[in-house]
Unconditional design. Structure first.
Ligand code: NAD
Length: 524
């Protein structure tokens, strides 16, 4: 098939055409469990489709097909696997528009994000790991001289010569479980290194955002990836997800999601000695020093707090600002939010962010706002109806009524000040459009406050002093630190959280390390 007719295979967004079935061994199946759940459009609260809630029998079937495909797939030369992945990436690019539209309908993120981040970077993920595996085929070898057990005529040990090398091989069937905030992007961030390294997989996207994973199954088929290499089962965490984590023939699990779920998974997998990669929650600080480029710090920190409804694990949710500029910063920050963060229809190009992903999540975020109000903090819903005239009403807790989308889960960008470090607002992951701002005095204070949380995923530091940037960055306990920028990603750099933000790292070599077993072989 040519790319042109491949691209016409995917429909324009039309809810009648969304039929979600499990993809197992290259075919589509109704769930053996015969259970289904409703999937809603967060902009309208309307049911857009049903998804299977797969049970242990579905996961078992998918695992056996993945096992069957493993010997041939893992035996392919990496260059051959890379060819399939490049083809898939090209097909994804050709279908960007249709997939982006569905991602937005399913998740609520803006079409701009879906096109330029989620779907575009899904293709990039496949290309990145295809390139990586093509160009990293060789491994370390060492030559050694060593005394053997033999003794020469003059009584000295005979010297032997040995060659050691690392044999890196695929592990088997991997379980890949992903969340709803960057649905296809995060799923592909796991599938790509997994299959590049020669594994096969059983994947489960979030039950809230399954549509683009279903579309991916069609593209995988079109790319000619052998049946059974990628299997996708749909359903809830407790049923489908747990069946993957506890399946005896799945020796490694890569999971991205919440810290509490990560704890369950770690507890379930530990007695089975599974390899685990856990990318979990965050409560990311931004440290704003008084010598920074204030305009840039404000502009970027507005984006880092509110992009994608604040539903990115890397979003900044705690801003600490040096006291000498605190009042000025807060006033300018709020003004910038009012002027630029336009909330509404995610398909409108002017919209900065859309609805929250689901009703339960919307209610969770709202409960934090109510808590902040009850605690007497200053809670400011930064919406200016002259800038955003399509917003018809703002509730007491910041829920928005958006013209034509009255039932959507929209929330105002919320800035909270006058609160303490031990507040739940500062300590717990809210994962919505809510940011707190607090003052600090010295560099030491800033570092202490940044580290005073159970999480350690990402941070930002703003200063013109290069020495300070390096000093502070090196003392913040978080897997990623961005200085005078945010979300600048090099896919070869290690990505992962410290403390309750996770175990293990992903990206380039680090992902391939996880998805391979490394064996030392010595030839004496
Ligand atoms: P979640 O933990 O509720 O769900 C994530 C996935 O796990 C879903 O597919 C879900 O169905 C599944 N799941 C739930 N319970 C399970 C169980 N018992 N066994 C197996 N699977 C189970 O997370 P979410 O609400 O979908 O996503 C938001 C969270 O993800 C936030 O905490 C966010 O910080 C985190 N996140 C982290 C990163 C990162 O890279 N560190 C990236 C994105 C999101």
């Amino acid at each position: 098939a040519t790319l042109a007719n491949i691209s016409s295979d995917l429909p324009a967004p039309n809810i009648d055409q969304i039929i979600i079935k499990n993809f197992i061994g290259g075919k589509w199946y109704e769930p053996i469990s015969n259970n289904f759940i409703d999937n809603k459009n967060p902009s309208t609260d309307a049911v857009i489709c049903q998804i299977p809630d797969s049970g242990p029998a579905d996961v078992d079937f998918a695992t056996s097909e993945a096992k069957k495909a493993f010997p041939q797939w893992s035996a392919l030369h990496p260059k051959e696997r890379a060819k399939y992945m490049h083809k898939l990436a090209d097909i994804i690019d050709a279908n960007n528009e249709a997939m982006a539209n569905f991602e937005t309908m399913d998740q609520g993120k803006t079409l701009f994000m879906s096109r330029n981040v989620d779907i575009a970077r899904t293709a990039t993920n496949f290309r990145h790991f295809a390139d990586y595996i093509e160009s990293n085929l060789t491994e370390f070898t060492s030559q050694m001289s060593y005394p053997t057990a033999n003794v020469s005529q003059d009584g000295k040990p005979v010297i032997g010569h040995a060659l050691s090398y690392v044999q890196r091989s695929a592990v088997g069937v991997a379980g890949l479980i992903s969340p709803w905030n960057l649905p296809l992007y995060l799923l592909s961030w796991k599938i790509a290194p997994c299959i590049a390294a020669g594994n096969t997989c059983v994947c489960k996207p979030s039950e809230f955002t399954s549509v683009t994973a279903m579309m991916l199954t069609k593209l995988i088929k079109q790319a000619g990836i052998p049946d059974g290499v990628v299997n996708i089962v749909f359903g809830l965490g407790q049923s489908t997800g747990n069946s993957i984590v506890t399946h005896k023939d799945i020796p490694l699990v890569s999971f991205t999601g919440g810290t509490i779920t990560g704890k369950h998974i770690a507890a379930a997998a530990a007695p089975m000695f599974k390899h685990l990669s856990l990318e979990l929650g965050g409560k990311n600080p931004g440290l704003i020093f008084d010598d920074c480029d204030l305009d840039l710090a404000i502009k970027t920190s507005v984006r880092s707090a509110f992009q994608n409804q604040g539903e990115i694990c890397l979003c900044t949710s705690r801003l600490y600002v040096q006291r000498s500029i605190f009042d000025d910063f807060v006033a300018k920050y709020k003004r910038a939010v009012r002027d630029t963060v336009i909330v509404g229809d995610p398909t409108n190009p002017k919209t900065f962010y859309g609805p929250l992903v689901s009703k339960p999540h919307f209610e969770k975020v709202q409960s934090y706002v109510k808590h902040a109000q009850d605690a007497g903090y200053d809670v400011d819903f930064c919406v200016d109806q002259t800038v955003s005239p399509h917003i018809k009403a703002i509730s007491a807790s910041g829920a928005l009524t958006v013209e034509h989308l009255e039932n959507g889960y929209f929330m105002a960008p919320t800035v909270i000040t006058n609160l303490q470090q031990d507040s739940r607002i500062v300590q717990e992951e809210i994962f919505g459009p809510v940011v707190s701002i607090m003052p600090f005095d010295t560099e030491e204070d800033a570092i202490r406050l940044a580290n005073d949380t159970q999480y350690g995923l990402a941070s930002t530091v703003w200063s013109r002093d290069q020495g300070r940037l390096r000093r502070v960055a090196g003392q913040i306990v978080s897997g990623l630190v961005w200085c005078n920028c945010w979300m600048v990603r090099d896919l070869n750099m290690p990505f992962g959280g410290f403390k309750a933000s996770g175990v293990g790292t992903e990206g380039g070599k680090y992902s391939i390390d996880f998805f391979t077993k490394q064996q030392s072989i010595t030839l004496g």
